[in-house]
Design a protein around this ligand. Structure first.
Ligand code: ADP
Length: 447
């Protein structure tokens, strides 16, 4: 019998244990990497091998490309699973993995590169028939030139860094007096933060919702969509609550957008899991960006479609298997995810430290994705996401009730978490009525 193939998980935390479970369930061997401060991560105990790749600081460990490739070599990995964050959308890392003989679980490095450049991504996606936010992606010559262009787009506008990410490098401009300074400072900030000072301009939508479409492709032109998600509940551009499918939208328009996404990704010969993100306002969808990786909120899509997206990624990357059929993909019920962050629910200051007690919620269609356990120490070095509570029920109202029960059952002691904030959201009328927008949480719920 052939030895099972081996996957190296190049990540930590919630996505690392998620990927470990998926890989083990498929019968693969798993090797994991970790930084010194992460030596007690739960997934390491369940991995066949664990390799230390450096100190706590991410740039010396989880972002250390050479150390990860060396670990893959050492264990004889067949593939490298990047998860989300860290090197997941780094085209040169994807290329290095593939060139070194370790299949990068994700799309082609060229597609990652294009989508990581928002100007190129927007132009390409628009050329493939997807509606985008009106704006300007051309060269910015001088003050007079750009003032003329924005006059036509109409204020307010948002100046964005082409290489930006994580909500960084964006500036909202209300009038002409603010425009030039904002452009210049955004260019400087982008150059400093991303090594690329290119910026572009978009009409600033005042109260949009964030709606996204999950796609999955075989890399040869066959692509399916797995319906929509609503991720409008955000703070500082970070998603807090996610749902699938998105509700209170014109069904025909949403269905059309999903089909357009499939067509565009088919032209790109997109491989694996990806998400096209849209803002939705006044009955229209506007593309903002594409994420060429698995996302934190993939779980809600799994709950309503019954597709294990991480297993699908691994089977495609390692066996060339693609078993998704649009005709058979159906929405079953409504799913919701609350991101549990180690932070003060009122000040949002991170709350690292030792978790003394954990009681996980349970029950029918209640899912808890997390690496935490009683005695686990949340390090201060990384993202504050420590768990995801995911539930599904037959409709949105019952899903909210089930989530309230699950969150009431969940106990995490020793550190502060945003659990109370979630309970407040669930009881809010605007939330219950799907009457919200991307700044709703900040402007109306936690003023
Ligand atoms: P990033 O890659 O940094 O996440 P995005 O382009 O996805 O950048 O934008 C992040 C968030 O910023 C969006 O989810 C939305 O909340 C807000 N945003 C982006 N573009 C606009 C716009 N044109 N009008 C209003 N808000 C926007």
């Amino acid at each position: 019998m052939k030895n099972p193939k081996k996957i190296l998980i190049a990540n930590r935390g919630v996505i690392a244990i998620r990927a470990l479970r998926a890989a083990k369930e498929l019968g693969y061997q798993v090797a994991s990497v970790y930084s010194t401060i992460d030596k007690d991560q739960k997934h390491l105990k369940l991995s066949d091998e664990a390799i230390c790749i450096g100190p706590a600081e991410a740039k010396d460990s989880y972002l250390n490309e050479a150390a990860i490739i060396a670990a893959a070599e050492l264990v004889g990995a067949d593939a490298i699973y990047p998860g989300y964050g860290f090197l997941a959308e780094n085209p040169s890392f994807a290329e290095k993995c593939n060139q070194s003989g370790f299949k990068f679980v994700g799309p082609d490095s060229e597609v990652i590169e294009i989508m990581g450049d928002k100007i190129r991504a927007k132009e390409l996606i628009e050329s493939l028939g997807v509606p985008v936010v009106p704006g300007y992606t051309g060269d910015i010559k001088d003050q007079e030139h750009i003032e003329g262009i924005v006059e036509e787009i109409g204020y307010p506008v948002i100046v964005k860094a082409s290489a930006g990410g994580g909500g960084k490098g964006m500036r909202v401009v209300q009038n002409e007096a603010e425009l030039w300074d904002s452009v210049v400072s955004a260019q400087n900030e982008a150059k400093f933060a991303f090594g690329n000072g290119e910026v572009f301009i978009e009409k600033y939508l005042k109260k949009p919702r964030h709606i996204e479409v999950q796609v999955f492709g075989d890399g040869k032109g066959k692509v399916v969509h797995l319906y929509s998600r609503d991720c409008s509940l955000q703070r500082r551009y970070q998603k807090i609550v996610e749902e699938a499918p998105a509700k209170n939208l014109p069904e025909d328009k949403l269905s059309n957008i999903q089909d357009i996404c499939v067509k565009a990704c088919s032209e790109l010969k997109y491989e694996g899991a990806g998400t096209l993100e849209f803002l939705y306002e006044n009955n229209e969808f506007y593309f903002i960006e594409m994420n060429t990786r698995i996302q934190v909120e993939h779980t809600v899509t799994e709950m309503i479609t019954g597709v294990d997206l991480v297993q699908a990624q691994l089977s495609l990357a390692l066996e060339g298997k693609f078993e998704l059929d649009q005709e058979k993909l159906r929405i079953n019920g409504h799913a919701m995810q609350c991101r549990i962050n180690a932070e003060d629910p009122e000040t949002f200051i991170p709350s690292p430290g030792k978790i003394t007690t954990v009681h996980r919620p349970g029950g029918y269609h209640v899912r808890f994705e997390s690496q935490i356990y009683s005695g686990y120490k949340v390090p201060s070095n990384y993202d504050s996401l420590i768990a995801e509570v995911i539930v599904k029920d037959n409709d949105r109202e019952n899903t909210i009730n089930k989530m309230r029960m699950a969150l009431t059952e969940l106990v995490i002691e020793g550190i502060k978490t945003n659990q109370p904030l979630h309970l407040k959201i669930l009881d809010d009328d605007g939330f219950k009525n799907v009457d919200y927008y991307i700044k709703y949480l900040e402007e109306e719920l936690i003023k």
